[in-house]
Design a protein around this ligand. Structure first.
Ligand code: SF4
Length: 425
């Protein structure tokens, strides 16, 4: 008989110590142009490529106000920016780690070599089955592992750049998550991280109205990429805990060590991160709460900022030293030394992230506490997942329940227990 999935308890997890003014990640969107059109994309095409001068200003702003350790280049598809190599070199010249998100369509060996020479430390590649990707239409997440393999091989051959993947998780792709984690473990020599983002969107079923500074705004399929008429409440309500449960059931060695809570709900796990230690393409165990706390604190003490991405591809066997302070690493260490052949093998770590983006409440939105993906918009800091609300309406939208109908739906949701399936009580 399978053992039950352990319930998550925030007391057994470390809370990322990040804040608005002391946060390792700076988020810079260099373009809103893209060569794909993913379902529910957060970004619309309004302005095209940002000027290099404007990008430099944003980087300086984030450096000054966020105490960042890295700059994540996002968009749109950042690799399409004609000065992407200069932008990466500029970031590296500021003694920050340049990291680039993207979808892999325009990635090739030549540009990656140039980016690595300019100082790029890693890429985060978004691949999933709702991207209408030319040549990969109607493929499921398992089929797409062939593409992930090609991309991981390309990054590996270029060398010196960490390779991370991310996928938006929809109702029909949730069942594939365990296989994606197993795929990452099998490829742990080449793949350093995998992040799952549960699909979120603004519901347009009449149960909510949307206000900007008290003014009612009409939303339809054209107004925001994530306001889609056809989406249902069920489609946009996958919880981080659902993803956790799916992975844990299939990979018992996996355990999250750290979380970010919500800005409104004390029960939320908006970010739920873990690090699986692997050897010979098999999982040994997971970094625990103490190891994560030690790493964040030591990095801040030594380098003056918190940590989100390593400069090297992997910490290697040195991570086993954390067994001095961490029970999870100790258990992994014991499994490692049980096999004498492991003395010839290194240890690879694969970060597993789960992100549950905005959850609409009545009159408010539960966001990620100490959001790491905050970006600069007209001299202020805003959540990048809601940037288009600022760009199109001048401010963030406030959802409020339409009287009667909305209340009835929320009541039914709570009765059905669909709000937090695996949450610690
Ligand atoms: S609140 Fe911040 S961290 Fe959370 S999904 Fe939005 S941008 Fe990302």
């Amino acid at each position: 008989m399978k053992s039950p999935i352990p319930a998550l308890d925030k007391r057994n997890l470390y809370r990322f110590p990040w804040s608005l003014n002391d946060n390792p990640q700076g988020w810079v969107e260099v373009t809103d142009l893209c060569n794909l059109k993913c379902r529910g994309c957060y970004r619309q095409r309004l302005e095209g490529h940002k000027s290099f001068e404007a990008i430099k200003e944003e980087i300086q702003f984030l450096k000054k106000w966020r105490n960042v350790d890295n700059i994540s280049l996002a968009g749109g598809e950042p690799i399409l920016h004609p000065q992407i190599v200069d932008i990466v070199a500029y970031i590296a010249g500021q003694k920050l780690k340049p990291f680039m998100l993207g979808n892999g369509v325009a990635h090739n060996r030549q540009i990656l070599i140039e980016l690595r020479k300019a100082g790029l430390v890693g890429v985060g590649l978004h691949v999933d089955m709702h991207q209408n990707r030319p040549g990969w239409e109607n493929k499921n997440e398992l089929d797409l592992c062939a593409l992930r393999e090609q991309l991981a091989d390309m990054v590996w051959e270029v060398g010196g750049i960490s390779c991370n993947f991310n996928s938006t998780i929809y109702r029909d792709s949730l069942k594939y998550v365990p296989d994606l984690v197993k795929w990452a473990i099998r490829n742990s020599r080449k793949v350093q991280g995998y992040t799952f983002m549960t699909y979120r969107g603004a519901l347009l079923d009449g149960s909510r109205e949307y206000l900007v500074q008290g003014r009612n705004v009409h939303l339809d399929n054209e107004s925001l990429g994530y306001a889609l008429q056809q989406e249902t409440r069920e489609e946009i309500s996958i919880m981080s805990t659902d993803v956790y449960a799916a992975i844990k059931a299939a990979v018992p060695e996996y355990a999250p060590s750290v979380y970010l809570g919500g800005t409104r709900k004390h029960t939320s796990f908006k970010w739920l991160d873990g690090v699986i230690l692997c050897c010979n393409a098999k999982p040994l165990g997971s970094l625990g709460k103490k190891g994560m706390e030690f790493t964040q604190t030591a990095h801040h003490l030594i380098f003056g900022s918190y940590l989100i991405y390593l400069k090297k591809k992997s910490a290697g066997r040195i991570i086993l030293l954390l067994s001095l302070v961490d029970a999870g690493v100790r258990a992994a260490f014991v499994r490692y030394i049980r096999n004498p052949l492991n003395i010839f093998r290194t240890v690879h770590s694969v970060g597993i992230g789960i992100v549950q983006a905005p959850d609409a409440q009545d009159g408010d939105v539960d966001m990620c506490e100490s959001c790491p993906d905050i970006t600069v918009f007209e001299g202020r800091l805003v959540n990048s997942c809601r940037l288009d609300e600022y760009r199109k309406f001048g401010d963030a939208l406030t959802p409020s329940l339409t009287k009667g109908l909305g209340q009835a739906i929320v009541f039914a949701e709570v009765q059905a227990g669909t709000t937090d399936p695996v949450m610690a009580k």
